[in-house]
Design a protein around this ligand. Structure first.
Ligand code: HEM
Length: 402
């Protein structure tokens, strides 16, 4: 049990907002209690898994470790969430619903978006070049994935700001600087209403966008309910950009704080794909998900009772010294790099190729043109321990060309 008060910071939004991820404390937990029964005043207890091998094992074994009873650390089992999307589903429903959406996220489909994504990245870097200062989170990192997911869903440009705010109201509810709601469930309700409207509009007037595919999908010969459609759309309009934005801004900060790695990437553009993988590992925007044991079982010899909740902590797993050499170091050509930033198993992130291609496009455009860069002020982190990252990264720089 977590009798050590030091451990409290792992789920303390104030700590994350002040300092970012508590990697040293997490490493201490992994060394002292890699499978820890974690009790907290604000939410139901969980087994906290911090080793790569355990997180991977639970993620892969979705028949034994269920998603539907509880998905996230801050909601208890049986919490009446309106969400019934992919993250909240188990097989066989999960498999069939995922199949209905998957076509938009295959390697071939994502390759088809590459040209447009590169074009958007170029516009953003050109805009950077027109000045010598920017606030990188809001001016660059957020805008690329936001525009891409809105275009995929067929959401018009004038609603991009609304989509951005809806995501922040869910993921950053504890942070009044950027959220308009004070708890993420109020954010979820607002976003569900937006998504239900989108669903009905695409049912009455289908087009060739992702929202139309989801709104008019059939599973087992039956149409989806509005609640299911809105839930699927909600994760697209939230996880579909905020996470990638966080990986981009966190990756940029890591490059600035590690000038040798910055220079290496500038000298070797071919390393971009490895570099963005390392940014993803190092930042790990979505820190964790929760599963529930379907029956009595064991994880590496520790008895887990039927109904126990298990927090698979991707952020912890991605700094496990048993899996990664020098896990606290940012090494752009790290290989192999078996990070779990997108999870593992049947629930693995559906948008992982999209996120990667967006990051590659941006850093391929930016790095050759970025002659120098430094922090113009102290970076600020979002007060959140679930979907995490920077909210402000003021930069001073020289970007050439247009
Ligand atoms: C750097 C960016 C991203 C990160 C770090 C991230 C992370 C994750 C993680 C950790 C999961 C849960 C895996 C699990 O439960 O085992 C997940 C699931 C999911 N993500 Fe992402 N994601 C990112 C980008 C995206 C994008 C761009 C989209 C959509 C356009 C997306 C849509 C989804 C969906 C729909 C699921 C649920 C999949 C399921 O349960 O079957 N994500 N993501």
């Amino acid at each position: 049990m977590n009798t050590n008060p030091l451990y409290d910071v792992v789920f303390d939004p104030e700590y994350w907002g002040k300092y970012g991820a508590p990697h040293e404390v997490i490493a201490k937990i992994r060394n002292e209690h890699p499978i820890l029964w974690y009790e907290h005043d604000d939410f139901d207890p969980v087994w906290l898994l911090t080793r790569h091998k355990d997180v991977e094992y639970v993620g892969k074994n979705s028949k034994l470790f269920l998603s539907s009873p509880r998905t996230v650390i801050h909601n208890p089992q049986g919490f009446k969430s309106p969400l019934v999307g992919l993250p909240q589903m188990d097989a066989p429903d999960h498999t069939e619903h995922r199949r209905a959406i998957q076509g938009w996220f295959t390697a071939k489909a994502i390759r088809g978006l590459e040209e447009r994504i590169t074009e958007i990245a170029k516009v953003l870097v050109d805009r950077m070049a027109a000045s010598d200062e920017c606030e990188f989170c809001n001016d660059v990192a957020a805008l690329l994935p936001l525009k891409v997911i809105c275009e995929l869903l067929g959401i018009p440009e004038e609603q991009e700001g609304t989509v951005w705010q809806l995501a922040r109201d869910i993921f950053a509810a504890a942070d009044p600087d950027i959220s308009k709601t004070t708890n993420s469930n109020a954010g979820v309700e607002n976003a569900m209403a937006f998504c239900a409207d989108l669903a009905t509009s695409r049912q009455s007037q289908p087009t060739d966008d992702l929202a139309s595919t989801i709104a008019n999908a059939e599973v087992g010969g039956k149409p989806l309910t509005i609640q299911q459609i809105a839930s699927h759309l909600l994760i697209m309009i939230s996880a579909g950009h905020d996470t990638t934005a966080s990986a981009i801004s966190g990756g940029m900060l890591a490059l600035i704080r590690n000038p040798d790695q910055f220079d290496k990437l500038k000298a070797n553009p071919d390393l971009t794909e490895l570099a963005i993988n390392e940014m993803l590992r190092y930042v790990t925007p979505t820190t964790s998900f929760v599963r529930t044991a379907k029956e009595d079982t064991e994880i590496d010899g520790v008895k887990i009772a039927k109904g126990d909740d298990i927090c698979i902590h991707f952020s912890a797993a991605n700094r496990d010294e048993e899996e990664f050499e020098n896990p606290q170091s940012f090494i752009i050509d790290r290989s192999p790099n078996r990070h779990l930033v997108f999870g593992k198993g049947p629930h693995v992130c559906i948008g992982l190729l999209l996120a990667k291609i967006e990051m590659i496009a941006l850093f391929k455009e930016l790095m050759p043109r970025l002659k120098r860069v430094e922090l113009a002020a102290k970076p600020k982190y979002i007060k959140s321990f679930w979907v995490t990252g920077l909210k402000s990264l003021p930069l001073r720089y020289e970007v050439v060309g247009a």
